[in-house]
Design a protein around this ligand. Structure first.
Ligand SMILES: C[S@@+](CC[C@H](N)C(=O)[O-])C[C@H]1O[C@@H](n2cnc3c(N)ncnc32)[C@H](O)[C@@H]1O
Length: 304
């Protein structure tokens, strides 16, 4: 295994690259560099004249950077994509890839606090310079705010009960570590197989800490203008809320608005050609080699 493979195992690598339909002299963006697996595969298809800009807000991802004159890593949030591309003199690109969520490295580095399997301070920040941590969310949010977060970001039917028990625990003691949180959640956990519910609770907190939904929407809403005609957008999501947002965007060209028929001719003008009518899923072989890929969904559109 190479160093970047231990950092992350790229999901649906072959499919992502095929859907990007890379033009060798083109300009591409990998919005989520991580271990650089997708980025390396894009570079492999580019000529000397091609360019690849990658984003990652986690400073740990910088250790995977390539020394390649065609490549630029922008260590910032992808919600600033337009600003940064303009800074580098780029108005339009031929393809944008985003492989959302966390890397294996973030998830399995105990000190990052993303996993309930290791005891560590409740952190969960992808961007280590950000102020707000998971501890701030869990200790300072009101019961209503916690309930809304668990309901909206993890579809937890017992969100109210979960929020209530966090508040009960917090009444006696601050929730400082991942194991403190697991202890606070004991009353709502099944006696056997607490994995699904704990994963969902931790996922909801992570989404909140990193403002993942706001960032995703802001990013998607910039991609239409950034893509050249014929340019491709490929997105990999890992939970239903993200996928719903991406699916809506790919039809309507906006995350929060709906396409309206032309007022004169009554015709709907679609911004994108949908290349994946249904989401593409990892093969059973990929899931057995890399269980982290099991919830992935790939969607792709081409700008008309
Ligand atoms: C699933 S990993 C990407 C793995 C990558 N495709 C590979 O092949 O190694 C997601 C990465 O995106 C980064 N990320 C997530 N949200 C981001 C955002 N809003 N801005 C910049 N980077 C982000 C995370 O820090 C993480 O490293």
């Amino acid at each position: 295994m190479s160093a970047t493979q231990t950092y992350h195992i790229s999901v649906m690598l072959k499919e992502s690259i095929e859907y990007l339909n890379i033009i060798p002299n083109g300009i591409y963006v990998d919005a989520t560099f991580g271990g650089g697996g997708h980025a390396r595969a894009i570079l492999n298809q580019l000529s000397d004249k091609g360019r690849l800009f990658a984003f990652d807000q986690d400073k740990d991802a910088q250790k995977n950077v390539f020394q390649d004159k065609r490549f630029t890593l922008i260590p910032h949030n992808f919600s600033y994509i337009t600003q940064w591309l303009h800074y580098y003199g780029i108005e339009q690109v031929n393809g944008i890839l985003a492989d959302l969520g966390v890397s294996l490295h973030q998830f399995s580095a105990p000190e990052r606090g993303f996993s309930y399997r290791y005891n560590a301070p409740l952190d969960m920040r992808m961007n280590q310079n950000q102020n707000i941590t998971a501890s701030d969310v869990v200790n300072n949010y009101s019961q209503q705010q916690l309930e809304k977060m668990f309901y909206e970001y993890a579809d937890l039917k017992n969100a109210k009960k979960i929020a209530y028990h966090i508040l009960q625990y917090r009444f006696d003691k601050k929730i400082e570590t991942t194991f403190d949180l697991v202890n606070a959640l004991q009353p709502v956990l099944p006696k056997t197989n607490d994995y699904p519910i704990l994963s969902k609770i931790f996922q909801a907190i992570r989404i909140e800490v990193n403002k993942e939904i706001d960032n995703l929407k802001s990013f998607l809403n910039q991609t239409y203008t950034l893509l050249a005609p014929g340019g491709r957008l490929v997105i990999l999501t890992y939970h239903s809320l993200e996928d719903k947002i991406v699916k809506h965007f790919m039809v309507h060209g906006h995350t929060d608005k709906e396409l309206q028929p032309d007022p004169i001719y009554g015709k709907i003008v679609y911004p994108f050609r949908l290349l994946t009518k249904k989401a593409v899923l990892p093969t059973p072989e990929e899931i057995s080699k890399n269980p982290q890929s099991r919830s992935a969904k790939l969607r792709c559109v081409e700008k008309i």
